[in-house]
Design a protein around this ligand. Structure first.
Ligand SMILES: Cc1cc2nc3c(=O)[nH]c(=O)nc-3n(C[C@H](O)[C@H](O)[C@H](O)COP(=O)(O)OP(=O)(O)OC[C@H]3O[C@@H](n4cnc5c(N)ncnc54)[C@H](O)[C@@H]3O)c2cc1C
Ligand code: FES
Length: 339
């Protein structure tokens, strides 16, 4: 039997199925419930029970809680299952600054080629450590004396693995290794989550999302999160690539459109192949043509720095307030290293 869980003061209200702990149910419903280890060790998921019953799973003893916290009715949510409708008090995560940055080893569990120059990697965190993140944030892969940034392409409700979309930079230090040598089971040390590129959940404005190449990765995470939250804001997704083969997850974007009437998808080719009947040119020009006035909208842009800058300029000309332009500029790390 399922119970309902309510959070105070945020007002979130969601179902918790039998066998699920409170944290699992919250994350599954896209709620940014605070957590760390997901294993009952760190105490990051503690909350205060306002009303209702719960039981700990697997004979767990809540060792992170002090005597005072126990007396105060605190509960460790990653180990507690609701046994009736339950109300708990907890401050949900609202911004990136509230999330702990981890440095941890991860294991490559799957490598999938999405296009000639794009690979999708899935990384698994250690059994006793997991990483809370906001949709759209990024991680850094740490090597002996270098680090490389890649955006998280999955949404927080689907946090079993970390999904990355990696574009090959010819002559680069890290990405040629991914394409030519990497095998499953390789260990990669990462730091994250990082960055302030994430969905502003409280906004009711229509949204324009602009991705350039693998800039689709964080945008994918944000759109999947918005869908999970049941957001009804109009989302206009523009994806700028060179040719048709570079729209590497086109079916997924088309599926969003087919299943959600508030999502529109416009691929834009800068080097249109013969027979292409869709939009062509630069992606910022397409947005400039389609929107005369962006003053009541939110714009999210991710991709190469030139594209991000061109979008900023185009959006400013279309009256978008600077504070509602959210961007993630994919700088090439090696271009400035050692200078
Ligand atoms: C916040 C953030 C998020 C990112 N997310 C992603 C992501 O999700 N997916 C993704 O594919 N990339 C992403 N990037 C970009 C990625 O981090 C870089 O492409 C990375 O530097 C590649 O590493 P590398 O070691 O292979 O190449 P590097 O060793 O860093 O580069 C090698 C050399 O290639 C040259 N070079 C090659 N191509 C270019 C170019 N187009 N522009 C400028 N110089 C070039 C540079 O001069 C450099 O010296 C992100 C970057 C940032 C900052
Ligand atoms: S997340 Fe660490 S104790 Fe629950």
């Amino acid at each position: 039997m399922a119970n309902r869980i309510q959070l105070q003061p945020s007002g979130h209200d969601f179902e918790s199925k039998e066998g699920e702990n409170i944290l699992e149910s919250a994350l599954e419903h896209g709620v940014a419930f605070p957590y760390g280890c997901q294993n009952g060790f760190c105490g990051a998921c503690k909350a205060k029970v306002v009303s209702g019953d719960y039981e700990y799973q697997d004979e767990y003893k809540p060792q992170p809680l002090t005597e005072d916290e126990l007396a105060d009715g605190m509960v460790i949510c990653c180990k507690a299952e609701a046994k009736s409708d339950l109300t708990v008090a907890v401050e949900v995560v609202k911004g990136a600054e509230e999330i702990k940055v981890h440095n941890m080893p991860t294991k490559v569990v799957k490598i999938e080629k999405l296009a000639d120059d794009v690979v999708r990697l899935y990384l698994k965190t250690p059994e006793d450590e997991s990483m809370q993140f906001l949709a759209g944030q990024y991680i850094e892969i740490l090597m002996e004396d270098k680090r490389r940034a890649f955006s998280i392409a999955n949404a927080p409700h689907n946090n079993e693995e970390i999904e990355l979309h990696i574009r090959l930079v010819e002559g680069g230090y890290f990405t040629p290794h991914v394409f030519n040598e990497m095998t499953e089971k390789e260990i990669l040390r990462i730091e994250g989550p990082l960055g302030g590129f994430y969905l502003r959940e409280d906004s009711r404005n229509d949204i324009v999302m602009i991705a350039g190449g693998t800039g689709f990765a964080p945008i994918k995470g944000i759109i999947e999160h918005a869908i999970e939250l049941g957001k009804k804001n109009m989302i206009h997704l523009y994806w700028g690539v060179r040719g048709q083969k570079d729209i590497y997850l086109r079916e997924l974007a088309e599926q969003w459109v087919a299943e959600h009437e508030n999502i529109k998808f416009v691929p834009v080719l800068s080097n249109a192949d013969e027979g292409w009947e869709g939009r062509s040119g630069y992606v910022h020009e397409a947005v400039f043509e389609d929107f005369y006035d962006l003053s009541g909208r939110d714009v999210y842009v991710a991709g190469p720095p030139v594209m991000v800058n061109a979008c900023r300029e185009a959006c400013t000309k279309r009256k978008l307030p600077e504070k509602r332009f959210y961007s993630d500029s994919f700088e090439i790390a090696g271009a400035t290293e050692g200078k």
